[in-house]
Design a protein around this ligand. Structure first.
Ligand code: 5AD
Ligand code: SF4
Length: 441
């Protein structure tokens, strides 16, 4: 049987796209191999957000050329956000002409056709479009986990934050219909899925042709039998409605956690980032969430060293972090993305200062994360088991409803059968990014 290997970079959208690509390849008779050097088809699903994304991408891509020598039928494919940029396509054609197939974020469904044609004709195949007007068909995906699933609800983004490349690589925002999403999740529930992650660049602006909003969707998914946990990602603070906040009170399956990217704590930076909210408005949303659900856990994304960031702006970000007291935060050093407005801003921040501020921010965040985790010690929590612990193969790991990562041991032998089940765990120790515990039930 021919085999495939997929390498995924970036966000959960990409992870889900890779699950879909895996589903398509398996339907064509391909079998997964964990070893890329043994694969007949390698797919690199790329991301353009991260720092040095281009350099790293071309570096990693270059390593696959040697497979062409050992396997004359080897087929190299590149997809995701990188090939959505014309200059990247140019460079691939120019310097990586041995790459066989290129497709974009909105043409995944065409991959089987491109692959068959490449095999039949030997010719290179490309399919990229900037901005598909259509919602892609649901693909029978190969899930990474049996008990949890990623589900797209919106595609693309219309927000044009001045630093961000996503609106250019993933096109205009489109919502699926509530009915289609519910139908897909019902099928997933029948297949044993207990937890769904609803995905979109800005899930809060979900609106289908019948006028259903995001809160309506959450309520509809909450009704689906078998779905015990609902999560979503990512929320834009400007679009969080009171109806959605109220779902934390009324929808029993909605997990007690929210990822609410703030990006910066100063009004002038927020304005220059084109975020459409002020610090006060953001804090007001957090206060409302905590009013409805006092122990909700909150995580965020923050960019440090955005063009024009003054000492004062940075202090505002630090003070916001201390005021909100996030459970965790993803921190990014600003990296100019060609074609975005902020890349043209004049007052770029020197790298040394960016790093200095970044380190101070990370220290402040980690201190708070650890304090927040310490409050769990001695408590009994319910954990949905996900697998063998990454740092101790004698332990299992899983997540609580409020998204804490828990590594735990039990006196009875650990049993793979437990994966996907809910167990009770007593927390014995707290770390910055995880909790340790022992199973009690
Ligand atoms: N530089 C640094 N961080 C960025 N992000 C998006 N674009 C950039 C950039 N050009 C971060 C934002 C976003 C997260 C997914 O990536 O914080 O929320
Ligand atoms: Fe990028 Fe802003 Fe859209 Fe998020 S909301 S994908 S940060 S443009």
């Amino acid at each position: 049987m021919p085999s495939y290997h997929i390498i995924t970079y970036g966000c959960q959208m990409n992870e889900h796209d890779s699950e879909n690509i895996a589903g398509l390849l398996e339907a064509m008779g391909y079998e997964h191999t964990p070893d890329s050097s043994k694969a007949d088809v390698v797919v690199m699903n790329t991301c353009s957000i991260r720092e040095n994304a281009d350099k790293r991408f071309f570096g990693s891509l270059g390593q696959f050329k040697k497979y062409k020598k050992t396997n004359k039928d080897f087929i190299m494919c590149v997809c995701g956000c990188m090939p959505q940029q014309p200059r990247i396509i140019e460079k691939i054609k120019e310097s990586f002409s041995w790459v066989d197939i290129l497709f974009g974020t909105q043409t995944i469904g065409e991959f089987p056709k491109l692959l068959s044609e490449r095999i039949r004709t030997g010719r290179k195949q490309i399919s990229i479009i900037d901005n598909s007007p259509d919602i892609p068909e649901v693909i029978e995906s190969k899930r990474m986990f049996r008990h949890k699933a990623l589900v797209n609800i919106t595609y693309g983004c219309n927000n044009f934050c001045t630093y961000c490349i996503v609106p250019y690589t993933r096109g205009r925002e489109k919502s699926r219909s509530l009915k289609d999403v519910v139908c897909e999740i019902r099928r997933l529930a029948e297949d044993g899925v207990k937890e769904v992650m609803l995905l979109g660049q800005n899930v809060n602006s979900f609106r289908d042709s019948e006028g259903n909003r995001f809160a309506d969707l959450i309520k509809a998914v909450d009704e689906i039998e078998g779905i015990e946990r609902i999560r979503f990602m990512t929320s834009h603070p400007k679009d969080i409605s009171d109806e959605l906040i109220d779902c934390y009170r009324t929808c029993s399956s909605l997990c007690n956690n929210i990822h609410l990217p703030v990006q910066a704590g100063s009004d002038s930076l927020l304005k220059r980032m084109n975020r459409h909210y002020t610090r006060a408005q953001y804090l007001e949303k957090v206060a409302k969430l905590r009013e409805v659900s006092p122990d909700i856990t909150i995580s965020t994304d923050i960019i440090v060293g955005f063009p024009g960031e003054t000492d004062e702006d940075f202090e505002d970000t630090l003070s916001l972090v201390k005021e909100v007291r996030y459970d965790s935060a993803f921190t990014f050093i600003y990296s100019p993305r060609e074609g975005t407005p902020a890349a043209e801003f004049e007052d770029q921040i020197p790298e040394r200062l960016q790093h200095e501020r970044f380190d101070r921010l990370v220290d402040a965040i980690n201190e708070i994360s650890l304090e927040k985790n310490q409050a769990y010690v001695g408590r009994e929590v319910e954990v949905l088991v996900e697998g063998i612990s990454r740092n101790n193969d004698k332990a299992l790991s899983g997540r609580t409803d409020d998204f804490k990562l828990v590594n735990f041991t039990s006196e009875a032998p650990l049993d793979e059968e437990m994966i996907g089940k809910a167990v009770k765990v007593r927390i014995t120790d707290a770390k910055t990014f995880s909790l340790d515990g022992v199973i009690t039930e």
